[in-house]
Design a protein around this ligand. Structure first.
Ligand code: BES
Ligand code: MN
Ligand code: MN
Length: 467
């Protein structure tokens, strides 16, 4: 595989151009105004898989957005890698804060990305990372070096909970049969500190509605005499953490997997520069649960955050009004062995129980999913580790991540396979934020590294059982 570098040198401009075309299509799954664009992106993905050399490419209809499926089966006796990713993206809002329009990709050089970074919604999460796999496959097929079977499954609803995909997986277990699932939808510590994601947090996402009087009221005539839903909501939300930043919902921590000091110490060895962390966020101090480090707070500990809060008058000038309703969207990130349905129920019961008389509470669960942890002694992990060693010249560090990909634990449950999370993004890529970007170097490094995963996985698994 000596010539992957030469191959990339020859084709990189073309690959970047193709990715830019894909990033121009605004595949925002959360907003129905973009539904035709999401469908067009599925088409474009299918074309890309065809071009890469898949024998079979299908756009599989679901009750939501389609799943793009592709395969290249070279020998049914050989192991099969299933590549998963998503072609949908987060809404670009707030659009004003982008330095260039979110769906007009541009390449800019920065200190962190001297070779340039592609700025566009989805550049890193996840179109850019999916595209690395498409191009790595194309390379292996062109070179006749694909050592095992490949299936691709790229969905269009990851950012809204992967509902159709979970049905699809349950209904097509045979079709999706595989030995290992390969995903690039996470990040690594730094370009010179490769890491493999070994854990994802679970999620419970809820919306709450607080209703007071049956109509908006004059805040002079009624102020002080009735419960203002916004005041009450703010108070209720504030009470969800205590003075140690512990979550106060009864039973919330009951099943949390408490790691041993030894495990925590090992994790603490991963390089982390707290000053740089604060600098990039323009904050004077970090904040969180007492007794835990920043890296622990955002990976092995659960959290609860308000994602949005609204109600009353927010227009120009002043309007003296007590609103009838107040709302908030709240996410809870979960860790092993918290059950997301159980946590959702605990939240609902608690939130209803702390409401004072004079308001009514409605809690609506959205989506959620379980957490995930991978072993680091499996063939899949070792193959990934060797692949990074080959192309980065360093052994990657195993690292648990705070984000969620709820479909990953479902894959394990339904298909019986582990997922290997080889992400090539950086935390600074601003995924879900304005100015999302993906380093050109990272994009190319991904394409360079992925074929080695196949090579080592094929070597390590010959004659061995499935992980
Ligand atoms: N790719 C992210 C998840 C991620 C990013 C994990 C970086 C680890 C590191 C994924 O697209 C995502 O945004 N997931 C959502 C959950 C989903 C149910 C909306 C999340 O984590 O908020
Ligand atoms: Mn993603
Ligand atoms: Mn995302």
């Amino acid at each position: 595989m000596q010539n992957i570098k030469a191959y990339l040198e020859e084709h990189k401009d073309e690959f970047i151009k193709e990715l830019i075309e894909l990033l121009k299509i605004p595949s925002v799954s959360a907003d129905s105004a973009y539904s035709q664009d999401v469908l067009n992106t599925a088409e474009a993905m299918a074309v890309a898989l065809q071009k890469a050399g898949c024998d079979l490419v299908e756009i599989c209809d679901t009750k939501g957005y389609p799943i793009v499926y592709g395969e290249k089966i070279i020998d049914t006796e050989l192991p099969t890698v299933l590549v998963y990713g998503h072609y949908d993206v987060q809404p670009p809002d707030p659009v004003d804060l982008w330095d260039s329009p979110p769906f007009e990709p541009v390449i800019r050089n920065t200190e962190l990305h001297p070779d340039g970074a592609i700025y566009a919604r989805g550049a890193s999460d996840d179109k850019g990372q999916v595209y690395m796999h498409v191009k790595a496959l194309q390379y292996m097929i062109t070179q006749n070096s694909l050592p095992l079977n490949v299936k691709f499954m790229i969905e269009g609803e990851e950012e809204v909970g992967s509902e159709s995909l979970s049905d699809f997986v349950k209904e097509h277990k045979e079709k999706l049969q595989n030995d290992i699932i390969l995903i690039s939808d996470t990040g690594m510590i730094a370009n010179d500190i490769p890491s493999i994601t070994t854990g994802l947090r679970g999620l419970s996402y809820v919306e709450v509605e607080v209703t007071g009087p049956n109509r908006d009221l004059h805040s002079g005539l009624y102020g002080g005499a009735i419960a203002n839903p916004i005041n009450i909501l703010a108070k209720m939300i504030a009470s969800l953490h205590d003075e140690n930043n512990h979550i106060t919902i009864p039973g919330f921590y009951d099943k949390v997997d408490e790691l041993s000091l030894k495990e925590r110490e090992a994790m603490g060895k991963a390089p982390f520069n707290i000053e740089a962390y604060k600098d990039t966020l323009d904050i004077e101090s970090v904040y969180g649960e007492d007794g835990y480090t920043t890296n622990e707070r955002n990976s092995i500990r659960p959290s609860l955050d308000v994602n949005g809060i609204w109600g009353g008058y927010t227009g120009e000038g002043a309007k003296t009004v007590i609103p009838s309703k107040a709302y908030a969207k709240i996410s809870m990130r979960l860790v092993p062995h918290q059950d997301w349905h159980e946590i959702t129920d605990l939240f609902k019961n608690h939130f209803e129980s702390i409401a004072p008389k004079g308001v009514r509470i409605k809690v609506t669960p959205h989506h959620g999913g379980e957490s995930y942890v991978t072993p680091i002694n499996s063939i899949g992990y070792l193959a990934a580790s060797k692949a990074y060693e080959t192309t980065f010249g360093k052994t990657p560090i195993p690292k648990r991540n705070g984000g969620s990909i709820p479909i990953v634990p479902l894959f394990e449950k339904e298909l019986g396979s582990k997922s290997i999370l080889m992400g090539f993004g950086l935390d600074s890529n601003a995924i879900h934020s304005p100015n999302e970007h993906f380093g050109v170097w990272n994009f190319l490094k991904g394409i360079e590294t992925i074929p080695y995963f196949y090579k080592y996985y094929a070597e390590l698994s010959s004659g061995k059982q499935k992980d």
